[in-house]
Design a binder for this molecule. Sequence first.
Ligand code: PBG
Length: 324
Amino acid sequence: MFKRFRRLRTNDTIRNLTRETVLTPNDFMYPLFVKEGKFEKFEIASMPGVFQMDIDAVVQECGDMINLGLTSVLLFAIPEVKDSVGSECLCDHSLISRTIKAIKAKYPQMYIVTDLCFCEYTDHGHCGIMDPKTQSVDNDATLEISAQQAIVHAKAGADMIAPSGMMDGIIEVLREALDKEGFINLPIMSYSTKFASAFYGPFRDVAESTPSFGDRRTYQMDVGNRLEAIEESLEDERQGADILMVKPALSFLDTIRDIRNNTNLPIAAYNVSGEYAMLKLAGQHGLIDYDRVMMEKLLSMKRAGANIIITYHAKEACKLLKEQ
Ligand code: PBG
């Protein structure tokens, strides 16, 4: 006799009892964008529901998040002044430092992860110091200022540092710098496998970080490379990363699973801006059942092997989970 799979699908109770993967608010990390100034917040045209905020609005947003059961934020800062080396983020009075302190003053329980990169801070929009000869980012010079930026974040009270620039050797350099300053217990979440993806378009509107020339293909990964994707993450594990990441998530679920099968570290999946924007617009046009597609998409990332899902949908998803 053949097997009857339908026996375990007959009603909600048995479906709930046998479900393998479920989402909870603990799965999500919510990205927030702080911008210098006093303006409250601006919605980003390409990402409905996502805002550039001033410091006060970010603090208020953290209050809303806590009410929904969301307790971790991935923080990006957009400074007023940009220059060739991103000096703004290298001083203790940087926008991100002031924001971390303001959040912690009101909501000490909010877990703050800081994105460590230079594209938001440089006038050319690349993720580090440019080498004029190659017209590309100078890897080792960027490592030095990355260590400085990490210490600025740590001193301001960040709970975790997340380097996103795809510089070789960065985890080792950051670990050493943090340890030397006494931050031995501050974890590093590496954007370890980050592809040179077309899905970051809307983010670059929010973060004002579109490169003024060229692209990021000399430092971010080629989207066709499955084996190198595993190597990238395993190398960061060897250098001391505490959490690995795959970014983007949706077109790279195979990569999340490949890395899951090769490491015992926690893995984060970054459900990026383009993935969010596509769904939003399809929902607004009535082409899909937005809520259900969103949950299915987030679940696919967890099922692929992610422990943490970084997503602009975090608040919406938590609201839905509460209603269930
Ligand atoms: C770099 C960074 C990027 C994103 C997060 N960190 C953009 C890039 O590499 O151009 C993209 C996130 C998204 O698209 O949602 N600091």
